[in-house]
Structures are given as C-alpha cells and as structure tokens.
Design a protein around this ligand. Structure first.
Ligand code: PMP
Length: 410
C-alpha cells in the first residue's frame, strides 16, 4: 500500500523556505534526504508517526534518539502533566530536581553528583569546561569525525567558526591506541581531557564498538596525566545499558554527558560526575532560563523508573536482532550486500559499493513510501514501543523495497 502524495508537506516547505533560512536547518532537515521523506509530522504515538498528509509510519529514527519508551508514553505524560499543573519554569526548581539528581547518582556508577541542562551540546560543552576548571589545563582530545554537538568548538560545519574556537584540540582515531597515545604525547603537560563516545557512531560510516583495550588505555592515560575522561552518552544513554555503558568494559569515566532519551522526548540533558570533579562543577557557571524547568525533570523521573522496571534495554535489543536477521536474509536472497553495524538497538544499515548512496537512498525511500521510516545514512533507534508485529510488518516492507531495488538495476 503506497502512501498519498506529500501535498501538505510541500506547501509547508514552500512557506518555510520564506521564513526559515534554508527552509529548515540542522539534523532534522529533510532536504538532505531522498525524495519522498516528509519534513513535517503532525502526530506521534508509540513507535508511529503521521505526516500532514495523513500517512502513517513505523518510525526507526525515534526523534534521533529521544523517543525511548514510545512517543507520548502514558506514564511519562501523566507525570509531566501533573507537574505542569503545579508549575514548570518557575523562579526556582521544583523538589523533583533533587530526586532526579539522586536517581542519576544511583544509576550512573561513576557519579556522585549531577547537573541538568537542556541539550546534549550543553552537556558536552559543560563537561569540557568543568574538566578545564578542574585541571587548570587546556588541551582537549577527541576522536576524528565524532559528533558532540553544534557549538563552535565541536560543530561539524566550518561556517562562522573561528580557528580560535577550535584551539587546544587534538584529534585521535577512534579505537586506535597508538593514535590516542600520540595525541596524549602531543598535549604534553597541558592535557585537560579525553572526550570520547561509547562507540564510533559517525554519520555515513559503519558503527564500530569500542575495543576494550582502547577504552582501558584511555582510562590509564587519564590516570597517568591526571586528565579527565569524559564519556559522551548523549546518543547511547539508556539504550545500551541502564547506567554507564563502559561499565561492562571495566572503564569508569570521570564525567559523562547525557541527553536525548533521558526524559523520553522532554527537553533535558545532564552531566554526571565523580567526587573529585565536584568542586570544579560547583565553580563553573552553568545556567539557562529553561534549565530548571520542572516538567522535563518529572518526565525524566518517570522515564528512568520505567526503563529500569521494564528492562527496556533487553527488549529493544531483542527486537533489533530480529530486524537485523530478517534484513540480512532478505539482502542475501536478493544478492545485495548490506552492512549492518552497531548495537542492534541502534542499527546502521549501509550498502556495499554505494559511494553516492544511490542504493541506500532508493531502498529507504521505497520503505518510506510503504510506511516504514528508515534512515539512509544515520544510525537508527529502536524504542520500547516497537513490537514483534511491527518488526514483522517492517520486514514485509523491506522485502518489497529490496525487490524494487533489485529491479531498478542500481
Ligand atoms: N553527543 C552525541 C553523541 C550526540 O549524538 C548528540 C546529538 N546527536 C550530541 C552530543 C548533541 O546533542 P544535542 O543535539 O541535544 O545538542
């Protein structure tokens, strides 16, 4: 069943082009996607989205991560609306801020304190500032191609960025111990922090799990130099583990940045830190008009509780594996080579020999046409609201999309 034309969506895009620079911006800009992907959505529920033309999609992007439990999860929304009835953005925070900080400290093994902000960029930027305040040093080491946000120090685009904004950064290759060691040597006596993501999750590239030896070496190098190890859990948080995802490797960071899923779509991010960093965190001035708003904090409390109680991680992993196996079998039967990388709950699907992404674009737009929203070049996200039946339906659609791709001769 093919969807209806994107008439409303085109009209909105035309209006947007007049009043929004470029018609849209940032990672949600559908201009970067193949034809047939809608730009605007009117509704979301569970794992489903609806566009302005009434088309329904099973969504595998989940807001680029924030949707963890399902859009409009009743328990989260109840907590949010109960708090909204009492107050949201007030002259001071609500008591639930303290409770939420306590919950974070319980959940994140290395943490003995927590701070809250709004976006992942706020959290990663704050981590870097705290690390510099703590060490009194300047150099920041980070992996080539890794995304840590849109501030001038880390944005992937050069426009408007000064070389001074990027000063005191040294780039290393993810999972490459020698490159990390060389970066530490280059920093000399001036090393403030190593900032790293739990896995390599760059757009357009295969995802790569961390080599235990690399993660452990990062910890050792920070110990040796008294630098701060910062783990960016913004994208991975609550999807890989209920807690810090490098615990299983036996590696505890000093600071971790959280965002996206922690309030199931309500705007909230966080910095969690270990005891030695507490004083620097107290001294650094961090604030924002909306950082203390109570509704997202109430939503986060409910989200953390549900995620813990319902073993969300296991559920999304199991369904992700089912999807991955199904897609692998279909690709093989059509003689098409796809690479599925990363944890199954955050799948990345790329085609071999597809430098212009023609196959990926074609295959995902065939899926979108049939009501399954897949992303051609960014890792995707499963959520707790995906069901076995959704995976079965998705696989029917991906089979048709593979058949169309085979026929196309691309
Ligand atoms: N770090 C990582 C690993 C991310 O994936 C993102 C967002 N994609 C950010 C930081 C920045 O988060 P935000 O977009 O909420 O500022």
């Amino acid at each position: 069943m093919s969807k209806t034309m994107l008439t409303q969506d085109h009209e909105l895009r035309e209006r947007a082009a007049k009043v929004i620079p470029g018609g849209m911006y940032g990672h949600q800009n559908a201009a970067a996607l193949p034809n047939g992907f809608p730009q605007f959505f009117t509704r979301a529920e569970g794992c489903r989205l609806w566009d302005g033309d009434g088309n329904e999609y099973i969504d595998y992007v989940c807001g680029f991560g924030p949707n963890l439990l399902g859009y409009r999860h009743p328990e989260v929304e109840r907590a949010a609306s109960e708090q909204a009835a009492r107050g949201d953005c007030m002259t001071g925070p609500a008591p639930c801020m303290v409770e939420l900080a306590e919950r974070f400290v319980d959940m994140v093994e290395h943490a003995s304190w927590t701070l809250f902000c709004k976006n992942g960029t706020d959290a990663t930027t704050w981590c870097v500032t705290i690390a510099r305040a703590h060490t009194g040093k300047r150099k920041l080491l980070r992996a080539r191609g890794a995304y840590h946000g849109s501030a001038p120090w880390c944005t992937p685009r050069p426009d408007g960025v000064l070389s001074e904004d990027r000063e005191h950064q040294i780039i290393f290759e993810y999972n490459d111990v020698a490159s990390l060691e060389a970066a530490v040597d280059a920093a000399g006596e001036d090393l403030a922090a190593i900032l790293v993501s739990p896995l390599r999750q760059d757009a357009f590239r295969d995802l790569e799990l961390p080599e235990p030896v690399f993660a452990r070496r990062a910890r050792e190098l920070c110990n040796r130099t008294s630098a701060v190890l910062i783990l960016d859990e913004v994208r991975t948080g609550l999807r890989l583990a209920h807690g810090c995802s490098w615990e299983t490797l036996g590696v505890r960071p000093d600071l971790s940045a959280w965002g996206k899923a922690i309030a199931n779509g309500h705007p909230l991010s966080a910095v969690a830190g270990s005891e030695p960093l507490r004083d620097a965190a107290r001294r650094v001035y961090g604030t924002g008009s909306f950082w203390f708003a109570a509704v997202p904090m109430a939503a986060s409390l409910a989200t953390l509780e549900i995620a813990r109680r319902d073993t969300t991680v296991g559920h999304v992993r199991k369904l992700g594996e089912k999807l991955r196996k199904g897609i692998a079998a279909q690709a093989t039967s059509h003689g098409l080579a796809v690479r599925q990388t990363g944890p199954s709950q955050m799948p990345m699907i790329l085609f071999d020999d597809d430098p212009e992404r023609a196959r990926g674009n074609f295959w995902t737009s065939e899926a979108v046409k049939r009501g399954v929203y897949l992303h051609p070049w960014h890792n995707m996200f499963l959520c707790a609201a995906h069901s076995e039946a959704d995976i079965v339906r998705t696989l029917e659609v991906t089979e048709e999309a593979f058949a169309a791709l085979s026929k196309s001769g691309l």
